[in-house]
Design a protein around this ligand. Structure first.
Ligand SMILES: [Zn+2]
Length: 334
């Protein structure tokens, strides 16, 4: 008799027992860009019991080059990435519980977002968020699989609290200066695709409990010039996170701005719940508005921003924090 997972069960590393354990597992995918779309798709197809996808952004046309789950209709609808991914994956495998959360991952919500996870898979795009996730996973004792990709490079590392080096052993703090990003250095879709595929293999090993096969190395790759390297990372003596001091988890980022590639995100000072319909009516006639229950996109008067119900705004086409704050107070209020 054939079943949906027969090919995976025939793979000797897993077998029917491994598949059964995978089916009982919960994985949280943080970030749903190129890495997150691929990894959540692979996890759902592999039959992981529950997959929770967390992302803060909406889909843009330039995402389609590498973000596998999305299409042009999603861009036209202005759907958040997490919601579009959930819609696609819910019908890809109805045996899997696929959850979507549209949220900006921060110290105030990260523990709740990853609670109950057997494994966390990294689909994030910056070191600060990864250092926060590292703190949260160490605090809760949840293994997580780091993955990063830019240009034709990528890297993967499994972090198991108390058993391996952590991410902060590798990256002690947010690096100085501007690092290459997908915006500045570009990215070939094959780089995040390769990284996500490797992250998911490690996640499946963790879920299946195949202890002796889980990678203990930082694996780096350069797909353009060819080659993979694997370096064993030892825990760093003096690592704050390993010692139980969770600096990134303790930070208060309310009201802070975050300069992204070509946009500034403004966070509200206090938790708030915006009435997007009412704001859409106020903006009527001032520019083009695309609004749904998840977001409001405004383009007019030389200004472009996206507003979310939790009070966050992403002001596009600027890296000027004071300009972004001025836009926020003019159009949304303080
Ligand atoms: Zn550490």
């Amino acid at each position: 008799m054939s079943n949906r997972y027969s090919r995976q069960e025939r793979f000797e590393g897993l077998g029917p027992g491994g598949q059964e354990r995978i089916g009982l597992g919960t994985v949280v995918v943080l970030g749903c860009g190129a890495l997150g779309t691929l990894s959540s798709g692979l996890l759902v197809r592999a039959g992981v019991g529950r997959v929770r996808i967390v992302d803060r952004d909406i889909i843009e046309l330039h995402n389609l080059q590498r973000q596998h789950l999305f299409d042009e209709d999603d861009v036209a609808l202005g759907l958040p990435k997490a919601v579009a991914a959930q819609r696609k994956l819910a019908v890809t495998n109805r045996d899997v519980v696929v959850e979507a959360t549209v949220a900006d991952i921060g110290p105030a919500n990260v523990l709740e977002l990853i609670a109950g996870a057997d494994v966390v898979v990294d689909g994030l795009d910056n070191f600060e968020a990864r250092l926060l996730v590292n703190d949260a996973c160490l605090k809760l004792g949840i293994p997580w699989v780091y993955g990063g990709a830019v240009s034709a490079h990528g890297a993967v590392m499994v972090i198991r609290p108390g058993k391996t080096a952590c991410f902060r052993c590798l990256v002690p703090g947010i690096p100085d200066g501007r690092l290459p990003t997908c915006e500045t250095a570009g990215v070939l879709a094959s780089a995040p695709t390769t990284v996500a595929a490797m992250q998911v293999v490690e996640a499946l090993k963790l879920l299946a409990g195949v202890e002796d096969r889980i990678s203990r190395d930082l694996v780096s790759m350069d797909l353009w010039h060819g080659g993979f390297t694997a370096i064993h990372i030892e825990p760093r003596s003096g690592c704050e996170a390993c010692a139980g001091t969770y600096e990134y988890l303790a930070r208060d980022i309310r009201g802070e701005t975050e300069v992204m590639c070509s946009a500034v995100q403004v966070r509200p000072l206090a938790p708030r719940s915006l009435d997007l319909e009412q704001i859409a009516r106020q903006l009527d006639g001032l520019g083009e508005i695309l609004a749904n229950e998840h977001m409001l996109q405004f383009d007019g008067e030389g200004i472009s921003f996206v507003l979310f119900p939790d009070g966050r705004a992403v002001v596009n086409e600027t890296t000027d924090v004071s300009f972004a704050r001025a836009v926020y107070s003019k159009y949304i209020g303080t």
